[in-house]
Write a new protein. Structure first.
Length: 91
């Protein structure tokens, strides 16, 4: 889990220090899929880079899907694939 936070340039150790509750979430089921969606949306200029990972991980699945996947799926089709772990957004 720490590898993920340290390898993601937008995250890093300060994120874990500021929001240690992130460690309670599943990396494979919650953190990586949601972060992948955020990266896709950011790379398409839909979201700014100041998205708070802790905030998006606190959302219930339905609410996250509604706000970040379903809302932008037509404009950015890759967003569903990113959530399903089928693509990785390259910046």
């Amino acid at each position: 889990m720490m590898d993920f936070f340290l390898k993601e340039p937008e995250l890093g150790l300060p994120v874990v220090v500021n929001w240690p509750h992130l460690l309670a979430h599943s990396l494979e089921k919650i953190i990586i899929p949601r972060w992948s969606v955020i990266r896709v949306l950011t790379s398409h200029g839909i979201l700014n880079k100041d998205v708070n990972l802790y905030t998006i991980c606190k959302l219930k699945v339905e609410k996250f899907l509604e706000r970040y996947v379903i809302k932008y799926q037509e404009k950015v089709p890759q967003v569903l694939q990113a959530y399903q772990g089928k693509t990785v957004c390259e910046d």
